[in-house]
Design a protein around this ligand. Sequence first.
Ligand SMILES: C[S@@+](CC[C@H](N)C(=O)[O-])C[C@H]1O[C@@H](n2cnc3c(N)ncnc32)[C@H](O)[C@@H]1O
Length: 219
Amino acid sequence: MNAAPRSTARATAHRAEYEFAEHFVTVDDHGHAARKLSAALDVVAPSPGVASLLTLLARLVGAKAAVEIGTGAGVSGLAIIDGLTADGILTSIDSEPEHQQAARTVFEGAGIPHRRARLIAGAALNVLPKLSDGAYDLVFVDGDPLETVEYVAQAARLLRTGGVLFVNHALADGRVTDPTNEDDETVIMREVLEAVQTMDEFSGVLLPVGDGALVAYRT
Ligand SMILES: C[S@@+](CC[C@H](N)C(=O)[O-])C[C@H]1O[C@@H](n2cnc3c(N)ncnc32)[C@H](O)[C@@H]1O
């Protein structure tokens, strides 16, 4: 009888649970500094939940080498480096030198030695083919949403067996699950989800963290 109020109550509870989970791990001062710079540069930084999941995954796979597509102002870079082994190196690509300069400032502020963050300025689809096959433990995709299918294909080549692919914004802020939405980014993200589901190279899960985290194991 009261199906509508119950489902509204569940939706409200779900929202509260989501917010609680997102802020379960606290953001430290360096993370706050990076988020402030992101906002100043109009860069969409990954949510705290996404950042903490990145750190966890990097630790779980004992990552020594990671690739990030979309440096931004360094929010995800900080999280990845935090999860790498002590000698681990992040290779991070961004087409905007101004964003990478901000990330550099953030990494320096966090006391991260230069050699641990290889920042490459350039278009991802020009840079990725120059990176070595099977040499990486983690690939984080957070660049141009319209190129995500190509990034995933590159990730399949770059990751070692047992490595992890992480595609950010995999639910595109609720647009992926909206059947009436056919905008380019949404259609491409649906293609990415289908590709990862069907590719022999990946075994993936879709998590409702941030605005969707597609996390896949490289088989
Ligand atoms: C969502 S932001 C990344 C946020 C970042 N991961 C962070 O932690 O703040 C997307 C980034 O991708 C970069 N970008 C957009 N198109 C690109 C391309 N074709 N190649 C490389 N970087 C690109 C943008 O300059 C921007 O910094």
